[in-house]
Design a protein around this ligand. Sequence first.
Ligand code: AHR
Length: 865
Amino acid sequence: MNRCWLWCLMVVFVQQTVSGKVLNRKDVPDSAYLFSYATTKNNNHDGLQFAWSRDKETWHVIGEDFSYLKSDYGPWGSEKRMITPYLYKDAKGLWHCVWSLNDKDHIFAHAASTDLINWRRQSYPMLQQGANCLRPVLQYNPDQDMYNVTYADANQKYYTVATHNFKSFSSAKEIPAASYVNSTFNIALPEGRVNGQLNRVPWAVIDRLIKYYEQRQYKITQNGEAFSQDTQRFAGLKTLEAAITVEPQKAKPISDMLVGVFFEDINYAADGGLYGELIQNRDFEYQLTDKKGRDKSWNSTHSWKLTGDNSTFTIDSVSPIHPNNSHYAVLNTQVPGAALINAGFDGIAVKAGEKYNFSVFTKQLNGHAGKLLVRLVSDKGGVLAQATINVANTQWKAQAAVLTASASATDVHLELTPQTSGRLALDMLSLFPQKTFKSRKNGMRADLAQAIADIHPRFVRFPGGCVSHGDGLANIYRWKNTIGTLEARKPQRNIWNYHQSAGLGYFEYFQFCEDIGAQPVPVVAAGVPCQNSSTGGNGQQGGIPMSEMNAYVQDILDLVEYANGDVSTTWGKKRAEAGHPKPFNLKYIGIGNEDLITDVFEERFAMIYKAMKRVHPEITVIGTVGPFFEGTDYDEGWDVATRMHVPMVDEHYYETSGWFINNQDFYDKYDRSKSKVYLGEYAAHLPGSKTNLETALAEALYLTSLERNGDVVSMSSYAPLLAREGHTQWNPDMIYFNNSEVKPTVAYYVQQLYGQNAGNQYLPSTVALSDTHTAVTKRVGISVVRDSQTQDLIVKLANLLPVAVHSNVDLKGISVANQKAVATILQGNPAGKDAKPVESTINVANKFTADLPAYSFTVIRIKTK
Ligand code: AHR
């Protein structure tokens, strides 16, 4: 509708801002000067930019602050800087860019490109010489067929390293200052003077750069399409007619695993979330380092306090229950009466009449081992439950009691009062509702688990996300630390800046999957930490040392044995000891999570992948293709997967609702002979990370395209899944919660409608709308699937328009078994957050009508013969 007009306006605007004037065809030069540079703006985060000139005097910036290459080194914020980029075209026509990263590391960065637009993987070669690496310069030495990178350091010394291939480098050697030749120019751009390199290039090179910039601007406009513009965009649009014709003869099989869930311990999703434990910091293992020292109160005493007089509460680590859990509390009571109190996670919620299992390890250090009074106390309602346990003498001993709440309350705390004086050691204090999901011991919070189960997810991904690969090598999630008795598990810092108790570990995860009838999809680190790591090794450069990789690979193979091995195997036996002799039937494993695809990554990924293929060919391995739907990691990840014939890859994209509306053909173009896709993380949002019915409808519409491409897209999971109110590190999330309420978002209901109405056959259909403008047609989506088990035909219809669509559906000969069908509709004000699916019964036949309200998603489930 208004799109052509918008496009023309934008092109004119772009041409004016890009080139300073509109070039007529006859003005186009054969060649021109291309100037490459980076600015110091935005803490050097803006990357490689270009300007062009015919005469080296009048310069035209190609998109102000528009970057063609960004540095991927280190964490966001302080790193990912491109300082003094040096662009160089080699004798084979390949462009190389080297740049300095910061003023402390002995590292520079390198990337190469054939067209200055698509850049291959970055590498960050380590240098042994110099105080740091500043102003690197690249030259090619044809006599030796060698590239030389020379650089300066903070002490005004100069060094050089040589390489054939940018993979292995000679060791750096010092050179005289005169040998450091840096052909950098300083030119005046409209924004000020900048340093960079000058290259004379054919006009086609510049033209391509300009067109690329223009295309990006067009996409930004498209992706910014929001329903708030609909009054203008669809002014005068009236109720539409749609003729929908299903084509059963063209039915194709699709994945029956399409909708699953992504579980990561982010936003307190595990401790203080799905994991049923009600005591916070039960093991006194919170550390300052969990929050990188930013919160002084985040230490072993967090969530605990002492009330009353004549007593002290300290933390000790002299003789712990287990070395993995080295801290414990020491309560020194002079005169009985003082109490140690735990505040839970924003308080503890209990329900009248329900039973709670309390347990603790105690050891009397001196004085008389007496009794410990355990109470649940509500701020407003007083004591709601109490029990007394015996304190152990001299050796750590586990004690337990059951507390029954006399009333419901959400403001409860746990109170422990020694009844005798003396020094008492306490650790692993736990309070669990007996009513966990499926009454599992050490199980899941029932209401949250039920909300997840109600999606009917075909799989559950775990433990992330970034939690899988961690912040630095030491923080990589090691599954073996998360099994066995709770006191022997190894808690650690959570990458999202809090603490992970490992109480919800691999056993609990596998069991939960079984309880909800979902396949487990564990994701393990590919031998590299998160690409934004801030601790140790500077991101991907710090891959697990190759000398330790065999052991790491074995750990991953052991995970498969833990899940599936016979009880006579080492790890199968451990599973049996945990209470599950039968295998968990693991079929998938993800290796890597949106990693930076470097040589460091590829070497390690290949090792794990090959071992997995050799030892467990029955397991489907899922590779990784970066954090975005495009870009270097996406291209390089796909390249690795294609070369290695990885069966499936994990794609991630968090985009605007406009992106989802405008990219419904994303998978239509995918090569069916390559890896299958697991869309492992996605969500639509509006500016400011907002979600509402609009974003949910964009997801519903996009999911029609996933079903259509269910032959190449095997799995998908919205992310993140859970978020505790007041503790979110990431928005949007699918389900918010507090201690007593579960608050599903509209996005949840979309997932649920897809999960509960999945099929394993896709029936193509055509839609003829009474208005054929693209802006209209792309906002109406349909997907028809059949569940071959029930023979139900499921018609999903998304209408993202401000007007109703009256549809005539022709099932083209499919025999309807029951003329009553259930239609479930999600609709409302697109800006609203409260829409919920509403069911009704409608009449259906081989040909039937369905009215799609404005801004709605409709699912019709039809019984067929
Ligand atoms: O889903 C939240 C985070 O998004 C995941 O941990 C990470 O993989 C992605 O960047």
